[in-house]
Structure formats: structure tokens, C-alpha cells
Design a protein around this ligand. Structure first.
Ligand code: ATP
Ligand code: MG
Length: 338
């Protein structure tokens, strides 16, 4: 669906002083498959919005190559680009609705621009509004809607021309946690039912964990980590990624290290994934290897629809190597922390 290679984008006039030039994208390569939900996470200024806007050429890169939905966007003329953009929808943090137009007129807007026959527009708008849970709200004005409802209008408008790809720029950042979940669930449903590929940018790992299949971590215009969400979330490699995960888990590694300083024994971190998460493995391993263990920290949650658990335990006595082997045999990832 998307194939980016070595994309660079600088802001600043060609002959301005080096300190006035901002390198927003510094050699980005990545690909997104059809039907995939792909997250891009990064701090403020990392280049997320710039990258998203490159994907529909609202922003032209200085160099690099860019294929979206089977087309080399950089080679298209204006008319071709307009038609290519009908296959790429976009939603925004602040919804970007036209306040002087009704909900129905907002959703109809891209259809009018695409010269749809007038008699087909109203039925299409009704279908779209029903899909996003706003049937019979078409007569209202944006100011009469809640933030969550406004974003639903934004989504209906983005889907109007039947795109294969939806770009989301911090689409839930202006919403409360409950509304955020509802909108993310709607996006996940559209992904499943329409096979819509979604690229969403965010600064919250929770958003990534809830609906993304893969994620790229952006820092200073570069991809510093990329992979399946479960892998990146459970085994973050880069310091920036680790900080995002710790924020999402509301833990502070330094605090924990201090807390554990006085705990005797070896410290292990165990990671369970899938249905295994709910099995009574630890008790069995302790009995068979004669170890004693205390649980220092733990959580059980889901990444998209896959359950996972991560436990930090202190182990004393018994056959530690044997216990590690038994755990590994059962598909539990074991890391020795101390
Ligand atoms: N039109 C522009 N002109 C000049 N500099 C820009 C422009 N747009 C972005 N930048 C700069 O490029 C860098 C990346 O900006 P970008 O908006 O892509 O970051 P972001 O990751 O989306 O941040 P945020 O989370 O705050 O939205 C920043 O240093 C920003 O100041
Ligand atoms: Mg941004």
C-alpha cells in the first residue's frame, strides 16, 4: 500500500544559514501493507505530521521515492494527483469540519469535488453516516456535536470517495479516554470490514497498543525502531521506545531498580503471550525445579486482541537453570535482570 524510500524533507530557504534549516525528515524508509493498521509514534517535533503529509503529497519531499496504492505519486500531474488523493482519506486532531455547513453537507463535500452525480450523493452520505454511528444526525451543524461525534463526521467525510488508505493525524488527541477508545474501536472496525489500510500518528503508546499491527518510532526525522507492535511493546530496544512504553505502563524503571535493590535472589522478567498467559505455569515450574519466587511487578493486558503478561520475579533456591529451561520450553521469554 505504501513504499517509502529514503525520504528527506527540510524546511528553510535554500540559501539560509544552517541554524535556520530544520531537517524534518532525515531518510525515512518504510512500507505499509494493504489492510494493515500502521502506527507512527514520536515526540513533538519528531516529524510525524510532515511524514503523514508526504503520504498524500500535501508536503513534497526534497528527495526519496514514494509509492502509494500502486502509484508513484511524485510522477503524477495535478489532475492525476487529485484523482489519486480520492483513494487516500485523512482525518485530523481538530476535525477540520466546515462550521457553516451541516454534517451531511460536510460529508458530501468530497463527493461534490469528485463530481458525483447529484442523485447519488444523498444515499451515499446516509450510508456513510450510518456506518460511523451518526444516522439521522445529518441535519445538525458541527457546533451542535460532541468532540467524538465531530471526529465521526471527519471519518465519514474521509471515507466518502471509498479510499483504500486512511491517514490519521493525532485523531484522538483532543478526546477524553472513553471517547478515544470508541473512535479507535470504530477505526479498527472499518479496517476489518472494509479492508481499509490505516496509518495513524500519535504520541501515546496506548493508542498503538489498542489497534496497530506494526509501529515505527520516529525521533528527529529518523525511524529509530520498527516492528510488530507486540515485539516493540514487550521488548523495546531504543531508549525513546522504552520511554513511551514506560509512560503507557505508568512505571519508572529507576524507581523499580531502587525498590528491588534490597530484594534477595536473582531477578527475572518473564513474558507470556497468547492463551499461555492464563496458564498456571509458574507454580508448576517452581514445584519441579524447587525454586522459591516472589512477584515484584506484573501486568496482564492485551495488544490488539492478543493477551500478554509480563512478570518481574525474584528467585531464590532450587535449580534456577532448570526453571529457566522449563519456562523457555513452554514458550515463556525469560530475561535475567540481575
Ligand atoms: N511548514 C513548516 N515550516 C517550517 N518548519 C516546519 C514546518 N512544518 C514543520 N516544521 C518543523 O519540522 C519539524 C517536524 O515537524 P512536525 O510537525 O512534522 O512534527 P510532529 O512530530 O508532527 O510534532 P507534533 O507532535 O508537535 O505535532 C519541527 O521541527 C517543525 O518545527
Ligand atoms: Mg504533528
Amino acid at each position: 500500500m505504501i513504499e517509502l524510500q529514503d525520504i528527506h524533507k527540510r524546511y528553510g530557504k535554500p540559501n539560509s544559514a544552517p541554524e535556520q534549516v530544520v531537517t524534518a525528515l532525515d531518510g525515512i524508509s518504510l512500507s505499509v501493507k494493504a489492510g494493515e493498521v500502521f502506527g507512527i509514534i514520536g515526540h513533538s517535533g519528531a516529524g510525524k505530521s510532515t511524514l503523514l503529509r508526504v503520504l498524500n503529497l500535501l508536503e513534497r519531499p526534497d528527495s526519496g521515492s514514494l509509492r502509494v496504492a500502486g502509484q508513484d505519486l511524485l510522477s503524477l500531474n495535478d489532475a492525476q494527483l487529485r484523482s489519486a488523493r480520492q483513494r487516500i482519506g485523512m482525518i485530523f486532531q481538530h476535525f477540520n469540519l466546515l462550521g457553516s455547513r451541516t454534517v451531511a453537507e460536510n460529508v458530501a463535500w468530497p463527493l461534490r469535488i469528485a463530481n458525483w452525480p447529484t442523485e447519488q450523493i444523498a444515499p451515499r452520505v446516509n450510508e456513510l453516516l450510518a456506518r460511523v454511528g451518526l444516522a439521522d444526525q445529518g441535519h445538525k451543524y458541527p457546533a451542535q456535536l460532541s468532540g467524538g461525534q465531530k471526529q465521526r463526521v471527519g471519518i465519514a467525510r474521509a471515507l466518502a470517495t471509498g479510499p483504500e488508505l486512511l491517514l490519521c493525524d493525532e485523531a484522538t488527541s483532543a478526546l477524553d479516554p472513553q471517547t478515544t477508545r470508541a473512535i479507535l474501536d470504530l477505526l479498527a472496525q472499518l479496517n476489518r470490514e472494509l479492508g481499509l489500510a490505516i496509518v495513524l500518528i500519535t504520541h501515546e503508546m496506548d493508542v498503538v497498543r489498542r489497534i496497530c499491527d506494526r509501529v515505527a518510532v520516529l525521533e528527529a526525522g529518523k525511524v529509530v525502531e520498527i516492528g510488530a507492535v507486540a515485539e516493540v511493546f514487550l521488548h523495546p530496544q531504543h531508549v525513546v521506545t522504552r520511554r513511551f512504553v514506560q509512560e503507557a505502563e505508568k512505571i519508572d524503571e529507576n524507581d523499580l531498580n531502587e525498590d528491588y535493590a534490597h530484594v534477595p535472589g536473582r531477578l527475572l522478567r518473564l513474558t507470556f503471550q497468547g492463551e499461555r498467559t492464563y496458564e498456571p505455569l509458574l507454580g508448576e515450574v517452581a514445584r519441579r525445579s524447587g525454586i522459591d519466587f516472589g512477584i515484584l511487578h506484573g501486568r496482564i493486558d492485551r495488544i490488539k486482541s492478543t493477551p500478554y503478561g509480563q512478570l518481574t520475579i525474584a528467585v531464590t533456591g532450587g535449580d534456577l537453570a532448570g526453571a529457566q529451561a522449563l519456562l523457555a520450553e513452554r514458550g515463556v521469554r525469560v530475561e535475567v535482570l540481575r
